[in-house]
Design a protein around this ligand. Structure first.
Ligand code: PNS
Length: 190
């Protein structure tokens, strides 16, 4: 087991079985693993940061050396603030390699003491990505086996027109802030 803190940064929009597989592998290797969700992504995400945080907390509750956090700005700065020594990233196929290499080398240039460690998820998840999961779910296709059940349920709720209508009405009545608070409470209870 590697002493110290490792960070597994990403968008996790939504978390997939591939992410979870990597978290479980990482938790066996690192003393402490912090799964860090990027907060200030320019992309408009399907799930809010609070929703992703909630799902990841639920999915990793059984792993005592894993915690979930969010970060803003440069990842290396966030890593330094935690005294982390490693960055964990997953590589599924050669196609991931180019982008991951570029990012790892840029991060090394920014902070030479921080090592990037690559791990491979189980081959059955080698084609699974958050982007494709979103695409399939948005088109009404099945995502069973690609994402954990709790994520499947969240996707269903997010995309079901009946749920959407209910949420839009509630936002109108409660306002966005109170609606978010209410949703947070509801998900905690579920
Ligand atoms: O899951 P993703 O979208 O592939 O994760 C990408 C992520 C969040 C790891 C990357 O975009 C990142 O670290 N962003 C933070 C800003 C930063 O540090 N950029 C320089 C990286 S070379």
């Amino acid at each position: 087991m590697h002493k110290g803190i490792a960070i597994y940064p990403g968008s996790f929009d939504p978390p997939t079985n591939g992410h979870l597989d990597l978290i479980e592998r990482g938790a066996k290797i690192f003393e402490e693993l912090v799964v860090a969700i990027l907060r200030n992504s320019e992309k408009s995400p399907m799930f809010s940061v609070a929703e992703r945080l909630g799902m990841l907390k639920e999915l990793t509750g059984h792993l005592k050396n894993v915690r979930i956090d969010t970060f803003d700005g440069l990842m290396v700065e966030y890593a330094k603030s935690l005294d982390a020594t490693c960055i964990l990233r997953g590589i599924r196929a050669i196609s991931d390699y180019e982008y991951e290499l570029q990012m790892a080398l840029m991060n090394r240039k920014l902070e030479p003491t921080l090592e990037t460690v690559f791990m491979m998820p189980a081959d059955k998840y080698s084609y699974v990505s958050s982007r494709l999961v979103r695409e399939v779910a948005q088109a009404g296709g099945p995502v069973k086996g690609l994402v954990p059940e709790v994520v499947e349920q969240e996707l269903r709720e997010k995309l079901d027109p009946a749920y959407k209508l209910r949420d839009a009405r509630l936002i109108e009545v409660l306002g966005k802030r109170d609606f978010d608070k209410r949703e947070k409470k509801r998900k905690k209870k579920a």
